[in-house]
Structures are given as C-alpha cells and as structure tokens.
Design a protein around this ligand. Structure first.
Ligand code: 2F8
Ligand code: CA
Length: 134
C-alpha cells in the first residue's frame, strides 16, 4: 500500500499512507494532523484491504501501523475507536500475535502481499495507514 492521495475503496472511508518511519504514537499524531485516525474500519475487511491494495501501489517489504493495540490489557485488542477486536475481524499472520519479548502491544499490517497482521513494539518505526470519513 502506498501513495500520497486519499483512496476510497467503497466502504465509506478514505485512506492515506504516510511513508516515513514512525512509532505508533507518532503515527497516531500524524494521522490526526490530516484530520484522520489510524485505520480501524478498513483492516476489519479483507475485501476492503484487497481493493485498497489494488488502488495503491504495493511495496511488499513495508509495514504500516493500523489503529489497534492491547496496551491497556495484555491480550485484549482494542481498536482506536474504543471497540474490541472481534475474532472474525482478525487477519493475523500465522504465529501472531506473539507479544515477542513481552513487549509487543501495537499492531501493524505485515507482509503486504497477504495483508496480514503482526504485533510489534509500539516504539518500532513503521509507516502509517490513516483513515477518515469523506
Ligand atoms: O518471527 C516473528 C517475529 O519477528 C520479529 O521478532 C523477532 C518481530 N519483531 C519485530 O519486528 C520488532 C515480531 O513481532 C514477530 O512476531
Ligand atoms: Ca509479533
């Protein structure tokens, strides 16, 4: 996923990638400066993510923060809009989430060719997938 324009995959939201290295909190703040949040609706749907992937150029080595963490309570994943992750929404990479080093609370889209998720240290530098309403 990449590109410097807003993309609308037809789910009522628009998406923008920020392609620079940021911690999770920096990514939240950058999305906010765009009038957006880290993506919470798009990542729940593989169909939406496939459409986004097709609309945006894909760089498979890049990883992007989405708006999902288990910061507050280990193992309980909560979207930035305050709702709990439902298991039917999840698209974890096999073996994830593993809370490696007991220090991985923030979720990124990993290996963009499959659009699967991994938990990372929130201090890690990833790019950001922002989302806003029209
Ligand atoms: O093997 C998967 C594992 O790979 C790394 O840890 C060795 C990732 N950590 C970082 O990228 C910092 C883990 O999140 C991942 O689970
Ligand atoms: Ca992990």
């Amino acid at each position: 996923i990449g590109g410097d324009v807003w993309h609308g995959p037809g789910n009522g939201y628009f998406y923008y990638t920020i392609k620079s290295d940021m911690t999770y909190d920096q990514a939240k703040s950058k999305c906010s400066q765009l009038g957006a949040t880290l993506a919470t609706q798009g990542p729940k749907s593989r169909d939406v993510m496939r459409i986004l992937e097709a609309q945006m150029s894909v760089l498979t080595t890049e990883e992007y923060w989405i708006g999902l963490t288990d910061k507050a309570d280990e193992g309980r994943y909560v979207w930035e809009d305050g709702t709990a992750l439902q298991s039917s929404q999840a698209n974890w990479k096999p073996g994830e989430p593993n809370n490696a080093g007991n220090n991985e609370d923030c979720i990124g889209i990993n290996y963009l060719d499959t659009l699967q998720w991994n938990d990372y240290p929130c201090s890690r530098d990833l790019y950001a997938l922002c989302e806003r309403k029209p």
